[in-house]
Write a new protein. Structure first.
Length: 107
Protein backbone atom coordinates (compact mmCIF):
# COMPACT_ATOMS: atom_id res chain seq x y z
CA UNK A 1 0.00 0.00 0.00
CA UNK A 2 2.85 2.38 0.83
CA UNK A 3 4.42 1.62 -2.55
CA UNK A 4 1.24 2.64 -4.36
CA UNK A 5 0.98 5.88 -2.37
CA UNK A 6 4.64 6.62 -3.05
CA UNK A 7 4.16 5.91 -6.75
CA UNK A 8 1.07 8.17 -6.86
CA UNK A 9 3.04 10.94 -5.14
CA UNK A 10 5.89 10.56 -7.66
CA UNK A 11 3.43 10.66 -10.56
CA UNK A 12 1.83 13.85 -9.25
CA UNK A 13 5.24 15.48 -8.75
CA UNK A 14 6.31 14.44 -12.24
CA UNK A 15 3.11 15.86 -13.73
CA UNK A 16 3.77 19.19 -12.03
CA UNK A 17 7.41 19.20 -13.19
CA UNK A 18 6.31 18.27 -16.72
CA UNK A 19 3.86 21.19 -16.85
CA UNK A 20 6.58 23.57 -15.67
CA UNK A 21 9.03 22.18 -18.22
CA UNK A 22 6.50 22.52 -21.06
CA UNK A 23 5.91 26.17 -20.13
CA UNK A 24 9.66 26.77 -19.98
CA UNK A 25 10.18 25.14 -23.37
CA UNK A 26 7.33 27.09 -24.97
CA UNK A 27 8.93 30.35 -23.78
CA UNK A 28 12.42 29.52 -25.06
CA UNK A 29 13.89 30.48 -28.42
CA UNK A 30 16.58 28.75 -30.46
CA UNK A 31 18.49 30.02 -33.45
CA UNK A 32 19.50 28.08 -36.53
CA UNK A 33 22.10 29.26 -39.02
CA UNK A 34 23.16 28.38 -42.54
CA UNK A 35 25.46 29.78 -45.19
CA UNK A 36 28.07 30.71 -42.62
CA UNK A 37 25.59 32.92 -40.77
CA UNK A 38 24.11 34.58 -43.85
CA UNK A 39 20.69 33.15 -42.96
CA UNK A 40 19.35 32.98 -39.41
CA UNK A 41 16.05 31.47 -38.25
CA UNK A 42 14.72 32.04 -34.75
CA UNK A 43 12.23 29.41 -33.58
CA UNK A 44 10.14 29.35 -30.42
CA UNK A 45 9.63 26.31 -28.20
CA UNK A 46 6.51 25.34 -30.11
CA UNK A 47 8.62 24.88 -33.27
CA UNK A 48 7.13 28.00 -34.87
CA UNK A 49 9.42 30.30 -36.80
CA UNK A 50 9.61 33.56 -34.86
CA UNK A 51 11.94 35.46 -37.19
CA UNK A 52 14.02 35.16 -40.31
CA UNK A 53 17.14 37.17 -41.16
CA UNK A 54 18.69 37.05 -44.64
CA UNK A 55 21.92 38.91 -45.27
CA UNK A 56 21.36 41.51 -48.02
CA UNK A 57 24.34 40.18 -49.97
CA UNK A 58 22.22 37.13 -50.89
CA UNK A 59 19.39 39.14 -52.40
CA UNK A 60 20.18 38.70 -56.05
CA UNK A 61 17.52 37.58 -58.47
CA UNK A 62 19.56 34.73 -59.92
CA UNK A 63 20.27 33.25 -56.46
CA UNK A 64 16.71 32.51 -55.29
CA UNK A 65 17.34 28.75 -55.27
CA UNK A 66 20.31 29.26 -52.97
CA UNK A 67 18.28 31.47 -50.62
CA UNK A 68 15.46 28.93 -50.45
CA UNK A 69 17.93 26.14 -49.63
CA UNK A 70 19.64 28.25 -46.97
CA UNK A 71 16.31 29.15 -45.31
CA UNK A 72 15.36 25.47 -45.14
CA UNK A 73 18.78 24.55 -43.77
CA UNK A 74 18.60 27.25 -41.08
CA UNK A 75 15.08 26.14 -40.13
CA UNK A 76 16.20 22.52 -39.88
CA UNK A 77 19.19 23.55 -37.77
CA UNK A 78 16.93 25.43 -35.33
CA UNK A 79 14.48 22.49 -35.20
CA UNK A 80 17.29 20.03 -34.45
CA UNK A 81 18.53 22.26 -31.61
CA UNK A 82 14.99 22.54 -30.21
CA UNK A 83 14.49 18.76 -30.35
CA UNK A 84 17.83 18.17 -28.63
CA UNK A 85 16.96 20.63 -25.86
CA UNK A 86 13.56 19.00 -25.33
CA UNK A 87 15.13 15.54 -25.17
CA UNK A 88 17.77 16.73 -22.70
CA UNK A 89 15.20 18.37 -20.40
CA UNK A 90 12.94 15.32 -20.57
CA UNK A 91 15.84 13.06 -19.63
CA UNK A 92 16.68 15.32 -16.67
CA UNK A 93 13.05 15.27 -15.55
CA UNK A 94 12.64 11.50 -15.75
CA UNK A 95 16.03 10.53 -14.32
CA UNK A 96 15.61 7.72 -11.82
CA UNK A 97 12.03 6.92 -12.73
CA UNK A 98 11.18 3.41 -13.93
CA UNK A 99 10.04 4.38 -17.44
CA UNK A 100 10.16 1.64 -20.09
CA UNK A 101 12.76 2.20 -22.84
CA UNK A 102 11.37 3.90 -25.92
CA UNK A 103 8.33 5.32 -24.13
CA UNK A 104 7.44 8.71 -25.57
CA UNK A 105 6.20 11.40 -23.20
CA UNK A 106 3.22 13.50 -24.30
CA UNK A 107 4.92 16.38 -26.13
Amino acid sequence: MKDIMSLMKQAKEMQSKMENMQAELAAMEVEGFSGGGLVKVTMNGNAEMASLMIDPSLLKEDEMDIIEDLVMAAHNDAKAKLDATKAEKTQELTAGLPIPPGMKLPF
